[in-house]
Ligand binder design. Structure first.
Ligand SMILES: [Zn+2]
Length: 377
């Protein structure tokens, strides 16, 4: 879900969609215009079916968005950062940076989605009566009622990444007191459901409903791999919980005068160090920003002699900071994807290190090799 196209912002939350959605959008319009509406409300001109169906598909995605927005807003209320919402093939995904701090907030964040879908279904149900003057429009709202009930029910299936999986995990977390074991056991239950779906899909194949069989089996396989990914992610986060920033940071740090040119830097400084990031300072010694080697080498050769580091540096006020004792999971929860831009580590006012995603990845590899890795059951 990397290639998403921006749609805009709602309540400060970035909304985008994935290309796969265009395909499903067309499929929804086509199904409505050629199958559902002509059967439910016969006798209208074909063009009208297509127009109403296109409007229906837009409303359908608005319903998905309402579902995802409810997750995102409740997450924000519970102190979990929301990176954005991406609509794609199976509906929507709210990307949360960090994780809920209690079983209660995890249950609220997960549970509100299906509730929202049921609420939207209720509204669509009422509208189908209000619009009963036009059988066609009324049929569209009846269909929206049906799909939203289905969406709510499907999301309650107790398998990751569906809301039901998260609800189950929060329940197990609440009972056991450990998020890690909650996720672990919820993944095991989810795996059973995923295998059941695959088996049902294969059975359907043999019984002759090929398309529906493939679809069911594919969904099962998807839930299976999503469960495994969830567990791996949760293991990583719990490993990071016990590791202080000092264990991951690169130290000591080389700082550079911010008045040298990019060319001087690339010719005389960069070849002598293995660092990828350098804080820069003014003549008084005060830090003014951070430059990344990867940004500087990309600069056109003609500009390198003219530009000084201060002009290309990321201003110091925008650079996230930490201290050597903060644990890595808290850091990542706090700054989210900000770690891509490197984090400066200060101890009693002096710069003692830098943390990059590569530092964290290297540390995890070492810890896993030493036997703290995810256990299989
Ligand atoms: Zn949901």
């Amino acid at each position: 879900m990397t290639s998403s196209i921006r749609l805009g912002r709602v309540f400060g939350i970035e909304i985008g969609f994935n290309w796969s959605l265009v395909f499903i959008f067309a499929l929804v319009v086509w199904t409505l215009a050629t199958n559902i509406l002509p059967i439910e409300a016969p006798g209208y001109p074909p063009l009208l079916y297509w127009l109403i169906s296109a409007a229906g598909a837009v409303l359908f995605y608005a319903c998905l968005l309402a579902h995802e927005l409810s997750h995102a807003l409740v997450a924000q209320r519970n102190g979990v950062k929301v990176a954005g919402i991406t609509l794609w093939l199976f509906g929507g995904v709210s990307k949360l940076e960090g994780e809920p701090t209690s079983a209660r907030s995890e249950a609220l964040i997960a549970g509100v989605g299906p509730l929202m879908s049921f609420a939207v279904a209720l509204v669509a149900f009422v509208l189908s009566f209000v619009t009963s003057g036009s059988i066609l429009v009324s049929a569209l709202f009846a269909w929206l009622t049906f799909v939203n009930v289905l969406l709510g029910l499907f999301n309650l299936v107790p398998a990751f990444p569906l809301d039901g999986g998260r609800l189950l995990s929060s329940l197990l977390w609440w009972r056991s007191g450990s998020r890690q074991s909650g996720v672990h056991n919820a993944v095991r239950v989810g795996r059973v459901f995923a295998y059941l779906m695959i088996a049902a899909g294969v059975l359907e194949l043999f019984l002759g409903s090929v398309a529906s069989g493939i679809w069911t089996a594919f969904l099962g396989w998807f839930l299976l791999s999503a469960g495994a990914a969830e567990e791996a992610g949760s293991t990583v986060r719990s490993m990071l919980r016990s590791i202080p920033v000092s264990a991951a940071m690169t130290s000591p740090v080389v700082t550079l005068p911010d008045w040298v040119t990019v060319e001087q830097f690339l010719e005389s400084v960069a070849p002598n160090h293995s660092f990828t990031t350098y804080p820069v300072h003014e003549p008084s010694g005060t830090l003014t920003g951070v430059v990344r080697l990867s940004d500087l080498v990309r600069m056109p050769a003609a500009e390198r002699a003219q530009k000084h580091l201060i002009e290309v540096a990321r201003p110091i006020a925008e650079v996230p900071v930490t201290n050597p004792r903060e644990d890595l999971s808290a850091l990542i929860q706090r700054i989210g994807s900000g770690i891509e831009q490197r984090v400066l580590v200060f101890d009693n006012g002096s710069l003692v290190g830098i943390v990059s995603p590569a530092d964290v990845a290297r540390l995890l590899t070492v810890r896993q090799t030493l036997g703290g890795g995810p256990r299989r059951s």
